[in-house]
Every structure is written in structure tokens, then in C-alpha cells.
Design a protein around this ligand. Sequence first.
Ligand SMILES: Nc1ncnc2c1ncn2[C@@H]1O[C@H](COP(=O)(O)OP(=O)(O)O)[C@@H](O)[C@H]1O
Ligand SMILES: [Mg+2]
Length: 274
Amino acid sequence: MNSFAENIFGEAPKASSGILVVDGQVDTRHGPILYLEDVSVSFDGFKALNDLSLYIDAGELRCLIGPNGAGKTTLMDVITGKTRPDMGSVFFGQTIDLLKMDEPEIAQAGICRKFQKPSIFDALTVFENLELALKADKRTWPTLFHRLSSTQYDRINHVIEVIGLMSCNQHRAGILSHGQKQWLEIGMLLMQEPKVMLVDEPIAGMTHQEVERTAELLLSLQGQHSIVVVEHDMEFVRSIASKVTVLHEGSVLTEGTMDEVQNDPRVIQVYLGG
Ligand SMILES: Nc1ncnc2c1ncn2[C@@H]1O[C@H](COP(=O)(O)OP(=O)(O)O)[C@@H](O)[C@H]1O
Ligand SMILES: [Mg+2]
């Protein structure tokens, strides 16, 4: 394990460029945990995001839908610091200005993202993957080459339970089913105790049973984490969402319950109209 970890984390993380966010200090006492206001992003004059405003509450599970090209991925890129908006404000809680932070600082502050392609290590077991995720957490850097404390051990086992992989915790990740790999990836994010999780198309390629299990998993995480899910499958969105935001041409078209947005003539027009 050590040499493997050494290969990956051969260098100690550099001191960040100034803004230090101490865990637990995101201030949501007077409002949302994510606050985007009048955000615009242009690519060669084309507005991928156009004066977009979006507010996500602490502990909320929000679904984001919209036709291809609506700006969903760009929105996640802005929140995680991958793309800089031309205009607008992006705040994490009331006090943390995400536009002043780079990608690693934003991740360290507690905003993480699950991509469609899992970044798990096939040759390691489920347990070892989670162990690695724990040790990749920069706050625990000094313990990288130490044995797991009992607290850390318990935390890994707790996450294994949350993601439903108890029966295969000693299996190599490479032999897991597609759905199990996705849950392990979510587990690896959970090891970092994120405040906000951005999840892009979590059920692509899953069996019906895996889709149901994923819905249960995401529902079980709300409350402790704020989760933003981008997904095309409307049946899945209906099964998890209390509030749905519809994006269209870089702006919020409408927000509401699944029934409200599905019956909104503008939404029907966007999805069915030419
Ligand atoms: N790096 C980029 N350069 C140029 N255009 C881009 C870039 N990223 C996204 N776009 C354009 O911005 C629009 C929004 O894209 P995207 O956020 O990927 O939409 P979605 O995820 O909702 O399908 C699309 O028209 C896309 O072609
Ligand atoms: Mg996209």
C-alpha cells in the first residue's frame, strides 16, 4: 500500500494561495449553502450560461434537468472552479467567495463532484479504495503512512454500509458491477465528508435494480449533504427530487416539484418544441 500511495501522493500538497477554509466554517445560518447570482459564461461569444441565478439549501437534494446544451455541465464547472464566469457571484454559504478560490481550494472547502467515469482503482479492494480516499484528504495528510486509527477504520466501515457494499468490502474493485463501481465512487467522495456533492448523470448504464438502489442511496445522503444531481431520466428524477430546476439556454427556465415543472407549458415547449 505504501509504495502505491507514494506513487500517487509522492509530493506533499502545496500550501494554498491564501484563502483557508477551515472545515465546519461554511456559514449557512442566514440562507443557502450555494448561492449563484447573475452568472454568465461565454465561449467565443456564445453564452453557455446567461444571467443564471440558483440557490441550493443546506441538506437539500436538488435535481437539475434541461435539454442538451442547456448549460448543466458548465454550471457544475463554475461551482467547482474549473470554469470562471465572465460575470456574477458564486458563494459557498454567506461568506466564502468561490470566485476567489481555485479548484483544489474549492474541493478542500467541501464541494466535490462525481463524474460519470469512476476513478476507482480496479486492483485495490473496496476497503482499500476508501482508505486511499481517506488518506488523499489533505486534512489528514500527516497520517498518510500511518496505520488507520480506530476512528478512521470505523468511518470506512460506516461508508461501506452507507453505499451497500458490506458483502464485497474485500473484493477487488475491478470485479464489481457497473452500479457497484458507481456507489464505490460515491463512497470515496463521502470519505472526504463533503458539504456539497455534484453528481452528473449517476444512473447512466445501470440496471433497473441498480437505479432503484442509487435513488435510495442519494435520498439517504440528503440532510447531511447538499446534493445536486444532473440527470436525464425523468422517472429517476421523479423518484428522488422534491425540487427540480429546469435549465434552458443557460438560464433557469423554471423550478418546482416534478409535477409542476412537467406541467409547465414552457418546459413542454423546450423538450418537445422544435
Ligand atoms: N469549452 C467550451 N467551448 C465552447 N463551447 C462550449 C464549451 N463548453 C460548453 N460549450 C457550449 O456551451 C453550451 C452548454 O454546454 P453544457 O454546459 O455542456 O450543456 P449541458 O451539460 O446542459 O448539455 C453548449 O452549447 C456547448 O456546446
Ligand atoms: Mg452535460
